[in-house]
Design a protein around this ligand. Structure first.
Ligand SMILES: [Fe+2]
Length: 410
């Protein structure tokens, strides 16, 4: 480490500083390089999401000109605290018990909805609205129940599961952004229906395990236009969903499709669904790719902010997902392995988990709930800090088995 390196609290960070070390492993953060310049205020907010202290290399830091950032001179910066950190209305256990049946039904209804379209039928608007409303009510009560369930996937049902997951994630994201219930209903509908156009793509292209040819790619990209046309001809659909079906693959830099829109010519809901869609797709096993961990996916979204994704929305999304979203498989420093069931908005690195494997990675005779925030209170040893996130099916842990059985159901 350079002799001009100093430990700095995140509240003292400024644009231009060079961050050479964090108070945690780089792999646990969206920062891709080991060492980077803080280019704008938004970077500081992201650092504050993950770290309390960082190390600044004064030799590599760039001093702002006197005229710049004058409002910061001489005063400690206020790190923005998200005012919309959700306050759950009910205990997580209650919400799990209440929504598990609803979730299974929502999955099956989504599959039926898409099958109907594939067979040339109309979109069952009433059913779609009912499904979205159930999701909105549950996310308002406690987002982590449905977010946990959305991680329990069956690879054979990708498109239906993806559409419902995007619906749930979009609602949770909208809640994080402070949207009202009626907006959440509209955004959820956009999520549920964003990919309906895929039902018009030949299955051999939609499910092709190899790389698509240029012609096949063109056919695949047309799902946006098919989606718009399907929704245009349906009655009683929220009109914003038509735009999202058409525009969810547009990019901020104008390199998306089908119209190469850029910046603010893309609607806010389309920008939101673009982020949520990418996150869910990256964290799923597909015929042509294995799932990435949530951490890997948020790194990609962070890297692509401002080019692919709207910068501010991407940063807000990372804030919502956090390091250890519900459903993450985590290994502790003790060697034990658990699954995150409830995030902790105050101590992001200390979620509540269910312990599943002992330090030799053997199944535990009885699954035990552990609130890692007890580490902060000194009631649990630091061996209970999280060391690493693992993918589904690591250590013999298969997430979808927990959906079949349910948590807290006994
Ligand atoms: Fe799509």
């Amino acid at each position: 480490m350079s002799s001009n390196t100093q430990k700095v609290h995140v509240s003292e960070l400024r644009v231009g500083m060079f961050v050479s070390r964090l108070d945690r492993d780089w792999l646990e953060t969206p920062f891709l390089l080991q060492g980077f310049h803080i280019e704008e205020e938004g970077d500081i907010d992201v650092i504050a999401e993950y770290c309390q202290y960082v190390y600044i290399d004064d030799d590599k830091s760039v001093k702002p000109k006197a005229s710049e950032h004058s409002s910061n001179v001489g005063t400690a910066r206020q790190v923005r605290v998200n005012p919309n950190i959700f306050q759950p209305e009910v205990p997580l256990e209650d919400e799990h018990r209440r929504v598990m049946g609803t979730f299974r039904q929502a999955r099956s209804l989504t599959k039926t909805l898409l099958d109907d379209i594939r067979l040339g039928g109309a979109i069952n608007t009433e059913q779609a609205r009912h499904t979205v409303n159930e999701c909105v009510q549950s996310v308002i009560r406690h987002p982590d129940a449905l977010l946990w369930m959305s991680k329990m996937r069956d690879e054979n049902e990708y498109t239906a599961e993806h559409c419902l997951n995007v619906c749930i994630l979009a609602i949770a994201f909208g809640r994080h952004l402070g949207m009202e219930e009626s907006e959440l209903q509209n955004l959820g509908m956009c999520g549920l229906l964003h990919d309906v156009g895929k039902m018009k793509i030949p299955p051999e292209i939609l499910n092709k395990p190899d790389r698509l040819t240029v012609d096949e790619m063109r056919i695949m990209m047309a799902h946006t236009v098919h989606g718009r046309n399907l929704l245009l001809s349906s009655s009683g659909i929220y009109t914003g969903a038509i735009d999202v079906a058409l525009s969810h693959h547009e990019r901020i830099d104008g390199k998306g499709y089908p119209r190469q829109l850029s910046g603010n010519s893309i609607s806010r809901f389309s920008k939101i669904i673009a982020i949520v869609d990418a996150y869910d797709a990256m964290t799923a096993d597909r015929c042509y790719q294995t799932a990435r961990t949530s951490t890997e996916a948020i790194k990609i979204i962070y890297k692509d902010r401002g080019t692919h994704f709207d910068e501010q929305l991407a940063l807000k999304f990372l804030q919502m997902v956090g390091l250890y979203p519900a459903g993450s498989i985590v290994e502790l420093y003790s060697g034990e392995v658990g699954m995150v069931i409830e995030s902790n908005p105050r101590y992001r690195h200390l979620p509540r988990i269910v312990m599943l494997r002992d330090k030799d990675k053997q199944p535990l005779p009885k699954e035990v709930m552990v609130d890692l925030s007890l580490v902060e209170k000194g009631e649990l040893s630091k061996d209970y800090l999280i060391k690493q996130v693992w993918k589904d099916k690591t250590f013999g842990i298969t997430l979808k088995n927990y959906l079949e059985r349910g948590l807290f159901m006994a």
